[in-house]
Design a protein around this ligand. Structure first.
Ligand SMILES: Cc1cc2nc3c(=O)[nH]c(=O)nc-3n(C[C@H](O)[C@H](O)[C@H](O)COP(=O)(O)OP(=O)(O)OC[C@H]3O[C@@H](n4cnc5c(N)ncnc54)[C@H](O)[C@@H]3O)c2cc1C
Length: 317
């Protein structure tokens, strides 16, 4: 399917990067420095936006996620990368072995290669207060926030049997961990043995909500009215990759313990020729540094792919 490509603005790019988080900007940095024409389209909803600080990125530890991305945008713009605050609504392969890309603003452009770094959506359990406190004192990743709440009384609200792993993991940051089974009925015997060995207490019963006083989480309330004093709560969201553009292009997805994710090789190449993906769009465990690394690698590989396509075409001619 061909698109009505916009002739009024620059309309053809070596690469269009969909998503301007750590993965997308890192891909753009590699491509911009390789003197490629690049458009980054970003809808401005990075996954860690609810958190005030970003941790675990060497040399940027503690920086605000917004400042981190603003710095990244400045850096890539210095190499001529074009940035659009917009949303890609459609990408279709066209006759030129490239892609027609349509933006919500109505702009349509052509990309020789596509790099999709659209991240994922964290679907939180429908427990009162969890969404409101997300990224503050309701957390999911101890590597991101565990240090900041170390030694405090933790709660872990189970969202599936896999939550045992989270309850065990956070016991590295506090020796006062209560695991609320919530709607999980049973655990394997091995889990009970491990939880006991790690000193994690287990509470059976459904959680109604988190208790908040003076803008601070102070407890976990069960549906029977019991309140357990806690000051930080961990939950595992359900991860929903923003992979609609990729699946519409026919990208293969693989089943993972966290649900289906688009399959990529070590360079981010998907099963669709000319389409790369990186960051949380391809897996929930990618932290900022990993997403940046994967994006950078995709950018480098796309540059090589373009180079060899052009060299081979000339050699054949
Ligand atoms: C509360 C919280 C705190 C976190 N804290 C940390 C931390 O301290 N340290 C750490 O390493 N990791 C942390 N993470 C994980 C971190 O958020 C991810 O590792 C990181 O955001 C992944 O980068 P990404 O580029 O893949 O995706 P994102 O950062 O989510 O960026 C994707 C971008 O693509 C855009 N987009 C989506 N669809 C489209 C479209 N169709 N068109 C245009 N743009 C689109 C989105 O709006 C978004 O801006 C945290 C996560 C959460 C939920």
């Amino acid at each position: 399917m061909d698109m009505d490509i916009d002739e009024s603005a620059r309309s053809a790019y070596d690469a269009v990067v969909v998503g301007g988080g750590a993965a997308g900007l890192s891909a753009a940095l590699a491509l911009g420095r390789a003197r490629r024409s690049v458009l980054v389209v970003d809808a401005g909803e990075p996954r860690n936006a609810p958190a005030a600080h970003m941790h675990g990125y060497l040399s940027r530890d503690g920086m605000s996620p917004a400042d981190f991305l603003a710095t990244g945008r400045r850096e890539v713009a210095a190499y001529g990368v074009e940035l659009a605050e917009d949303r890609v609504t459609e990408a279709v392969a066209d006759a030129s072995e490239g892609f027609g890309v349509r933006l919500a603003s109505g702009r349509a452009v052509h990309a020789r290669r596509l790099i999709v770094t659209t991240g994922l959506v964290d679907e939180l359990p429908a427990v009162e207060g969890v969404a409101e406190r997300w990224g503050r004192d309701v957390l999911h990743c101890p590597y991101c926030h565990g240090w900041e709440v170390r030694d405090q009384p933790f709660g872990v609200i189970a969202t599936s049997a896999l939550s045992t792993h989270q309850a065990l993991m956070v016991s590295q940051w506090s020796n006062d961990v209560t695991f609320f089974l919530h709607t999980v009925d049973t655990l394997p015997d091995e889990d009970w043995r491990r939880l006991a060995a790690a000193g994690v207490s287990v509470v059976v019963g459904e959680v109604a909500g988190v208790v908040v006083e003076d803008d601070r989480l102070t407890g976990v309330r069960l549906t029977d009215g019991r309140v357990h004093p806690r000051s930080a709560v961990f939950v595992a969201p359900r991860f929903r990759p923003r992979d609609g553009l990729l699946t519409a292009l026919g990208a293969r997805t693989d089943e993972t313990p966290y649900g289906p994710f688009v399959a990529v090789d070590e360079t981010g190449r998907t099963s669709v020729p000319g389409v790369w993906a990186a960051g949380n769009a391809t897996g929930p465990a990618e932290q900022v540094v990993n997403a940046a690394s994967a994006g950078y690698r995709a950018g480098v590989t796309v540059n090589a792919d373009l180079l060899f396509a052009d060299v081979d075409a000339k050699a054949t001619a």
